[in-house]
Design a protein around this ligand. Sequence first.
Ligand SMILES: Nc1ncnc2c1ncn2[C@@H]1O[C@H](COP(=O)(O)OP(=O)(O)OP(=O)(O)O)[C@@H](O)[C@H]1O
Ligand SMILES: [Mg+2]
Length: 594
Amino acid sequence: MHTAEKTKESHGLGNSWQAVRLVMPFFRQYRLRLLIGFLSLLTVNALQLVIPRIIKHAIDGLQNKSISPETLMQYGVMIVGLAVCIALFRFGWRYMILGFSRLLEKDLRSWLFSHLLTLDRIFFQRCTTGEIMALATNDLAAVQLAGGMGLVAFADALVLSLAALSFMAYIHPGLTLIAIVPMPILALLTRFLSGRLHRTFKRVQEQFSNLTEFVRTSINSIRMIKAYTLEKKQTARFDTIGREYVRHNLRLAKVQGTLFPVSGLIANSSMLLVLLFGGRLTIQGSISIGDFVAFISYLFMLTWPMMALGWVTNLFQRGVTSLQRIQNVLDQRPVIIAPSQPAPIPEKVTSITIKNLTFTYANQSDPILQDVSLGIRQGIVGVVGKTGSGKTTLSHLLARLYPVAQDTIFWNDVDVNRIDPAEVRKKIALVPQDGTVFSDTVRTNITMGKPGATQEEIETVARAAALHDEVVTLPQGYDTRIGEKGVKLSGGQRQRIALARALLSDRPVLIIDDGLSAVDIETEHEIIGAMRSFIRDRICIVVSHRLAPLAQADHLVVMDRGRIVAQGDHEHLLQENTFYATIYEYQTSRMGKG
Ligand SMILES: Nc1ncnc2c1ncn2[C@@H]1O[C@H](COP(=O)(O)OP(=O)(O)OP(=O)(O)O)[C@@H](O)[C@H]1O
Ligand SMILES: [Mg+2]
């Protein structure tokens, strides 16, 4: 992890600039907010610098007894007034600039999210969910920190240190030179220590995510833990992770504990120099006591900017590294893209033809589908075959989720590669095996492909999917919330919701990839029967492990190890294909016994 980051950091300046260019448009977009913010910041600094000047006048006045109590009072009121103004403008810059950094984070996150949705499945198989989540949380946070606090601290440190230095030089240039001798050491030291701080902090965060991940998986698999009586073991492991977390936190405390005292020490050594040399100048009368006190105030003002410069360099480095990671994803392009001059999609899809289709997954050497040829017409086509024979792969290729070679899949007579993939997908309804439901109401889940569908339409598809009778028994019927935060549904119920969604979307091609596997066999029978009248002139591909319900299909295909080994109707296959006949008999005789 650590070394990976090192190599990333040493990518070079050009690359860093490219990453920074990514956020430039946002700086332009929010320029007014930034302008107000930085002007407020400048005002705060200017006001802060005035206070030592007032103190100087007060002290000098006191020393030569030329000041009246009233004037002193006035000075006091002025300082309080300045403090109030400082507070107001400080609120102003915080609100504006930190607000900017949050907006920047939000915009980048939305950009990243919308971009992710354009990418193909191939990308998501290369990149784990954890990596994407880290990008959307840790990396964006680093950019936010650099673009907010980092920028503020940088501007602040620059202005404040320049101003403080000028005021100091105005009081006494020589003394100023002496006083700032230890300052670069402070900046370097902060840079070194904050680098360590960052690495330690990262380990604390990693350990923390281990902790949360452990809790998450334990709670998710609580049934397994109970069933295998693993409670004690899990608790012990949790304790170990907890101990590690404490260990890393203590290490963090050590680094933090060094940073501030050490920088205090260096700042105080400046003070030593000033007392030594400045004191002598004051005694000699080269500078007044008031100047001497003001000088010391400015010196204190310088401590923070010097520390900030070291800290900020680190923040910027982390921000840029994170930006590069984000840019990496934003640079990804979908593999399946529309040709420059796409052929129009057939108005009415009457057939899909597969010709000598061979397919290999990107990360593998052996083809999963070999020389598959199949003519699919309107009606129900059943696909059966052993597990791993390539049924899902075929469904996904038909749904344009992976790229296919030229002239292998045709819609009517048009090669799909010549059609805009988005247009193709718009014509397809896919029901995957896991029956994806979203954390929302049953209604929203069903109407996803056709928002604004009438209650009647919804009920019709729900009946066809053998779902209606169960939905009406739910607490709020079709308006019951399901998923994570709602009513928990069975696997079969989820599958039938996914099916109802596909049926309602009214698309000419319906692909059900083992989408009824968690439904009992009688219901599956019923559903496929209902679908026959429902799909009329659509193309419907149904993958299933159970042959009996599929016997009603117009055409059946048997797959084995990536090849189509037999096809025809039920009667034909029963005669001609031993695999089909054996499985059919096995399944039906078992059903009879059950
Ligand atoms: N994304 C992938 N990357 C690499 N190999 C894959 C991928 N998906 C599936 N495979 C491999 O392709 C082969 C066919 O898988 P596929 O999911 O198409 O089979 P299936 O017929 O749908 O099986 P099941 O009946 O169990 O659902 C398997 O050997 C599997 O390991
Ligand atoms: Mg499958």
